[in-house]
Design a protein around this ligand. Structure first.
Ligand code: SF4
Ligand code: SF4
Length: 104
């Protein structure tokens, strides 16, 4: 059995940012630019795979159901580090400094 983590169904993500503060590991961050083929006017949030520990704390925070559980690694004979895609270019979110959004 592989380990869990989350993925986001991008067309279902409105970019509302509600999930960001539900991740204690700062694995949910806004994409720096809105993809050209996207139908929503606001950029989506993405999962930074190298930060996600699969705690699933964030799953219930998405009002559109865009967050869902996935299993990793797909092949337990391979290290998850080998399966990690290049990290997305994301915006910075102030979580813990003065005025930060902190933890939901
Ligand atoms: S599963 Fe846990 S670590 Fe991964 S994005 Fe959700 S809250 Fe963060
Ligand atoms: S809560 Fe859902 S819709 Fe809102 S940014 Fe997160 S994944 Fe996207």
């Amino acid at each position: 059995m592989g380990q869990s983590m989350v993925a986001i169904t991008e067309p279902d993500c409105t970019g509302c940012d509600l999930c960001i503060t539900h991740c204690p590991f700062e694995a949910l961050l806004p994409l720096a630019a809105n993809p050209a083929n996207r139908t929503h006017s606001k950029r989506p949030v993405v999962v930074v795979a190298s930060q996600c520990v699969g705690c699933l704390s964030c799953i219930g925070s998405c009002p559109t159901g865009a967050l869902h559980e996935v299993q990793t690694p797909l092949d337990a004979s391979q290290s998850p580090l080998l399966l990690m895609p290049k990290p997305p270019v994301t915006e910075t979110v102030n979580r813990w400094k003065k005025g930060g959004v902190k933890w939901a």
